[in-house]
Design a protein around this ligand. Structure first.
Ligand SMILES: [Fe+2]
Ligand SMILES: [Fe+2]
Length: 177
């Protein structure tokens, strides 16, 4: 049975994943309406920074990954090293997209945005299909449940109402197309 701990991260993944369709639907929008394209990308980058990075990656980097690493029975440290590297690469992508937008290089920004979402979806698939089941096997039910409360504390600290607002952004982006 799926634990609350995995479920919380899986739910956040589901929300992040919905941005993919919008990115593809925005292809060539900059030729028709560059200002709208710019505004949509800016809003999307805000979502990635605040939701994907601040709410979601933070839980993995500060709770799940270190807890798995310090478990005596955990041996697959390379998978966590790799996932952490991805998080850094995602931050780099968002910087590059922002820079391309500022220079009005929209084809370039969109190419990076597509690469970013592809890599992000692959990363999410590894976590969904491999990492969470590893964690569920590694910890006892009560140990793993404790991580859920640490996740909850993070949400409370960053603001649960703010999180709910951020979760509306993917739909808002779809509606504005
Ligand atoms: Fe991750
Ligand atoms: Fe994740």
């Amino acid at each position: 049975m799926e634990s609350n701990t995995s479920k919380m991260l899986l739910n956040e993944h589901e929300i992040i994943k919905t941005v993919e369709g919008t990115i593809y639907a925005m292809d060539l929008l900059w030729e028709k309406d560059p200002e709208k394209y710019q505004a949509l990308v800016a809003r999307m980058l805000y979502f990635f920074k605040e939701y994907s990075d601040r709410f979601h990656h933070y839980k993995e980097e500060n709770v799940l990954f270190p807890e798995m690493r310090s478990h005596p029975n955990f041996t697959l440290h390379e998978i966590i090293d790799e996932l952490e590297e991805h998080h850094k690469m995602f931050r780099e992508y968002t910087r590059e997209i922002k820079e391309a937008i500022e220079n009005s290089e929209f084809k370039k920004s969109h190419d990076i945005l597509k690469k970013y979402i592809n890599d992000l979806l692959d990363h999410i698939a590894v976590e969904d299909d491999e990492l969470f089941s590893m964690a569920e096997n590694l910890f006892s039910e009560s140990q793993y449940e404790k991580l859920f409360y640490q996740f909850k504390d993070i949400d409370l600290e960053l603001g649960e109402a703010f999180k709910k607002e951020l979760e509306k952004i993917p739909q808002e982006l779809r509606d504005s197309l």
